[in-house]
Write a protein that binds this ligand. Structure first.
Ligand code: TXA
Ligand code: MG
Length: 361
């Protein structure tokens, strides 16, 4: 377990199935021992599965980058078991950080704060700041507590791919590159945490995610949202926040829909694209809301992932639907966005970044 060359010995990933609410203490103890020994453990959070390592162990953190194929300039999120641990990693914790932690932790909000020297430069990609959150998942919390160290963890996918919302997704990407996977079933939120930079004025959402902007503003007052630059990686709001991310192998055509409930024109566009692609002999997958009235040609694989009235369900099912259609071998996936309110903003962000083509609805 936890050997230094974990990423160099393919085929050695162990999987332990654990109860998502009351994980077996022996499984947690084993996972914690691996983390403490400098190994890599993939574990469930409420958002997506994370690829965890001891955040205070630079060599272990380097192994995370190696396993993912992630560029070193893309910083990691440090996961804590409780807000009290903040002072261990953050150099300065303003009152607003404490209020946000009180309101949203455990939960899918990541705060960017000035870092303490104890956090290795590997974790933060050399930045003077550190991203921190307390995940709302009993397995994640038990692991961090048992390891008794902050756990640095990016999403447990190969770099640039859709984030994993199940243990199988983790294995599909990282089998043989991680020591252990704790399998507690599918994750509840399905998109990653909201990353909020508290070192900027006003506080700035670098990545929309599981906590809606509207909810943050009820605590923090007005916040800014960093604009996604789709063409210019140099314009990314934070290192690693590149466009062209969360991708799958098929082409992905995204139709922008200004509202959660689909507009007739967005659906007409999807139907038209599906017909045109079928006529070219291509295999087509479509991602839609349950109730979207679309007239699709035969032999199109439709994934209706939730109602437009229930964006939590849409977010939960999004990455899984992308990976499922990819596994079916479709040539092209058609999907629509769900406006920009609430979770709609995170859904749109992920679809925009994953898109090979972006069309107005
Ligand atoms: O829900 C999540 O956030 C999941 C689970 C596992 O916690 N984690 C996750 O990690 O999505 P990752 O590495 O895939 O994305 C972390 C994001 C990156 O976009 C990175 O640029 C940003 O957080 N980030 C990390 N540290 C930062 C820092 N010091 N300043 C600005 N952005 C930072
Ligand atoms: Mg990621």
């Amino acid at each position: 377990m936890g050997s230094a060359d974990a990423t160099l010995r393919p085929g050695t990933t162990e999987v332990l199935i654990v109860d998502p609410e009351i994980p077996d203490p022996a499984a947690i103890a084993r996972a914690a021992a691996i983390v403490r020994a400098g190994g890599l453990v993939a574990f469930p959070t409420e958002t997506v599965y994370g690829l965890g390592a001891n955040a205070l162990d630079a060599a272990a953190v380097r192994r995370v980058f190696e396993a993912k194929g992630r560029p070193a300039e893309d910083p990691l999120i440090v996961h804590l078991a409780a807000a009290e641990g903040l002072d261990r990693v953050a150099g300065e914790v303003p009152g607003l950080a404490r209020r946000l932690a009180e309101a949203f932790w455990p939960g899918p909000l990541t705060l960017v704060l000035p870092k303490r020297p104890a956090v290795p430069a590997e974790v933060t990609a050399g930045l003077p700041t550190v991203a921190v959150r307390v995940p709302a998942h009993p397995v994640a919390l038990a692991l961090i507590r048992a390891a008794d160290v902050p756990v640095a963890a990016p999403s447990a996918n190969r770099f640039g791919r859709a984030s994993p919302t199940s243990a199988q997704h983790v294995l599909d990407d990282l089998e043989g590159r991680v020591d252990l996977v704790l399998d507690a079933g599918p994750t509840a939120v399905g998109v990653e945490s909201t990353v909020l930079d508290l070192t900027r004025n006003p506080p700035t959402i670098l990545r929309p995610g599981g906590v809606a902007r509207e909810a943050i503003e009820r605590v923090a007052g007005r916040v800014a949202v960093a604009e996604l630059s789709l063409r210019d990686p140099a314009g990314a709001p934070s290192p690693g926040l590149l466009a062209s991310h969360y991708a799958v192998t098929p082409e992905l055509i995204v139709v922008e829909c200004p509202t959660a409930v689909a507009t007739a024109s967005a659906l007409a566009r999807i139907a038209e694209l599906a017909r045109a692609e079928r006529e070219r002999g291509r295999r087509v997958g479509v991602i839609l809301a349950e109730e979207d009235p679309v007239d699709l040609p035969p032999e199109v694989e439709a994934r209706r992932i939730g109602s437009a009235e229930d964006l939590a369900a849409v977010a939960r099912g999004l990455f899984a639907a992308m990976r499922e259609l990819e596994a079916l071998g479709v040539d092209v996936i058609l999907a629509r966005t769900f406006g920009a309110q609430g979770l709609g903003l995170a859904i749109r962000d992920r679809l925009r970044r994953a898109a090979t083509r972006l069309l107005p609805g």
